[in-house]
Design a protein around this ligand. Structure first.
Ligand code: UDX
Ligand code: UDX
Ligand code: ADP
Length: 480
């Protein structure tokens, strides 16, 4: 029986290994983590992450060929293939701070593998890492090898949160990068045979190591670039009276462009896009490619602009002050169908409104109060570092309360801001919400989920990203 061990039981490692286990009954899969609470949760009824379809997959194979454990060293020692899916945060200090990936966790995982291994291993990079990380890891392993042979593969994961299980069951492609030597090719074939249990052969792409590593950064950069492009258009739509949804549809029907990933929003979030682009920028700079770095940096700048533009809209529409005003925040996760808040646009928007002294009442169907308070207390780039290095919830807490539904959030509020496109926000009784609010009642829709015409009929003043402006907003001072 082939044994697989995955170091890191997070958003990527957990679902990916669960799907490998369910599709490959002949393979034993152990997912290990240093976090005791995380492993406990994986072994419980309530899993540590919310992901549609994940519960069923885990229930089918947990205890049979899928195990969650904190006994990292034993499972690594026993495995033939070791996936490494640990966090790679952005560095907060030192060389490359605010841009480069912090490979501390990766390096310690690699040293541990070298320490405990007694048989040859295939080590697979699963977490997104800077290009040429494989080479560094290879050096750590071979310089500490005690005669054991290691093959390093890069096998970046392309799943998106909220659709992870469906993405893993039916991936557009699986990418495997390896050394172009006979041992390298053999390792690639071994990993390929794992995926071949359910992925058609023509969808398994094999490349050299550096192509695989760079493709992951490039794919995320291209995806994020589409959003920044459509968001940049949304600002121009508001200025001219065009409707961004109509423009996106018209653009997307060109088969060279395609219809997906063209939804204007208050800004992209998630653990990958910003981090990977910053990383790409850093790699370009290190290679003397200043123009290329500048090109990609602009994608992040437009994303930041989109978030601050939204805050400015809220403040300027409400007579240039939100001090002491109650603002309902609907949705806090970075997209629907996940409880993940990493890099969510809601954090920057909330911080902006708190900075202007607003009182926020926040509701999200999947995010806990504790998580929201912690997110609002964190500084940039701290979110992916261990909890003991993070500050406690501070000043923000006084201006923020977290409530159990959208009606409670909006009761007595001056404005409602939609931050996440949860389905339930489309079907809310906006008439009831209007009745309970202060007048004039404002809705600022950062996700184009509300029916603008219907809400205006009810009496709301409505702002929706990239849509023709409410006459009220047109009269307000221009947004910087
Ligand atoms: C373009 C648009 O495609 C068309 O829809 C619009 O109506 C007019 O402008 P055109 O300029 O005739 O058409 O040719 P196109 O095929 O788009 O190529 C434009 C340039 O991009 C060419 O120099 C082409 O060589 C280059 N190109 C195109 C690339 O370098 N790489 C590509 O992948 C595609
Ligand atoms: C992304 C990539 O899609 C995935 O391939 C990679 O493995 C990890 O990073 P994820 O961050 O989980 O996945 O979600 P994604 O669906 O890509 O959304 C990212 C952000 O972009 C979200 O905040 C989402 O709301 C936003 N978005 C997405 C838009 O604003 N408009 C769109 O049209 C699409
Ligand atoms: P991702 O979204 O990439 O899956 P997460 O932060 O959700 O990232 O998961 C990474 C996991 O890796 C965390 O649960 C963390 O505890 C774990 N981890 C980090 N370093 C190690 C290590 N050296 N050994 C085992 N687990 C580790």
């Amino acid at each position: 029986m082939v044994k697989i061990c995955c170091i890191g039981a997070g958003y990527v490692g957990g679902p990916t290994m669960a799907v490998i286990a369910v599709k490959c009954p002949s393979i034993e899969v152990a997912v290990v983590d240093i976090s005791v609470s995380r492993i406990q949760a994986w072994n419980n009824d309530v899993l540590p992450i919310y992901e549609p379809g994940l519960d069923e997959v885990v229930k089918q194979c947990r205890g049979k060929n899928l195990f969650f454990s904190t006994d990292v060293e034993r499972h690594v020692a026993e495995a033939d293939i070791v996936f490494v899916s640990v966090n790679t945060p952005t560095k907060t200090r030192g060389l490359g701070a605010g841009k480069a990936a912090d490979l501390t966790y990766w390096e310690s995982a690699a040293r541990m593998i070298a320490d405990v291994s007694k048989s040859d291993k295939i080590v697979v990079e699963k977490s997104t890492v800077p290009v040429k990380t494989a080479e560094a890891i290879e050096r750590i392993l071979t310089h500490n090898s005690k005669g054991i042979k290691y093959q390093i593969l890069s096998n970046p994961e392309f799943l998106a949160e909220g659709t992870a299980i469906q993405d893993l069951f039916n991936p557009d492609r699986v990418l495997i990068g390896g050394r172009e030597t006979s041992d390298g090719r053999k390792a690639v074939e071994t990993l390929k045979s794992v995926y071949a249990h359910w992925v058609p052969e023509d969808k398994i792409l094999c490349t050299n190591l550096w192509s695989a590593e760079l493709s992951k950064l490039a794919a995320n950069a291209f995806l994020a670039q589409r959003i920044s492009s459509v968001n940049a258009m949304s600002a121009l739509c508001e200025a001219t009276g065009a409707d961004v949804a109509q423009v996106a549809h018209a653009i997307g029907t060109d088969s060279r462009i395609g219809p997906k990933f063209l939804k204007a929003s208050v800004g992209f979030g998630g653990s990958c896009f910003q981090k990977d682009i910053l990383n790409l920028v850093y790699i370009c700079e290190c290679n003397g490619l200043a123009e290329v770095a500048g090109y990609w940096r602009q994608v992040i700048k437009v994303n930041d602009y989109q978030k601050s533009r939204f805050v400015n809209r809220v403040v300027s529409s409400m007579f240039n002050t939100v001090a002491g005003k109650k603002v309902a925040i609907l949705g806090f996760a970075f997209k629907k169908d996940t409880g993940d808040t990493r890099e969510t646009a809601a954090i920057d928007v909330c911080k902006g409104l708190i900075g202007d002294k607003a009182h926020l009442r926040i509701y999200d169907p999947q995010v806990s109060e504790d998580q929201i308070q912690r997110d609002l207390a964190l500084n940039k780039f701290e979110w992916d570092h261990p909890a003991h290095l993070q500050p406690a919830a501070g000043e923000a807490a006084k201006q923020v309360s977290v409530v159990g539904d959208a009606y409670e959030a909006s009761k007595g509020a001056h404005a409602v801001c939609v931050m996440t496109e949860w389905e339930e926000f489309k079907g809310l009784d906006y008439g009831r919400i209007y009745e309970g609010m202060q007048k004039p009642a404002f809705v600022f829709d950062g996700r184009n989920v509300v029916d603008v015409e219907k809400l205006r009929e009810i009496g709301f003043i409505v702002y929706s990203i990239g849509k023709p402006l409410d006459p009220w907003l047109k009269d307000m001072p221009a947004v910087a």
